[in-house]
Design a protein. Sequence first.
Length: 87
Amino acid sequence: MKTEIDADFVMLLEIHNAGDRVFLRSILDAEGIDYFIQGETVAPYIFHSVPMRLMVRKAQAERVREMLETFVQSPAYGGLKRMIDKP
C-alpha cells in the first residue's frame, strides 16, 4: 500500500558514505530542495551495509538530477561501484 509520502517522492540516488550524505545535504539545503534521506539513522549502526536513499519531491527531481550530474560518490562503503558505473 502506497502512502502519500511514497506518491510525492522519488529515489534519485543511493548513498553509501556518511561524508557524501553530509555533502548532499548541504547542497540540497542551500537550494531549498524538499528531500529526506531514507535509512540515514540506521546505516551507521549496521556498518553501512544498507544504502541510504536520497528521496526528492517529484516536482523537484529533474532540477536535482541536473545539480547532481557531475557528483561522484566517495569510494568508501560501496561508492567505488558507483564511480565505475559513471561514464
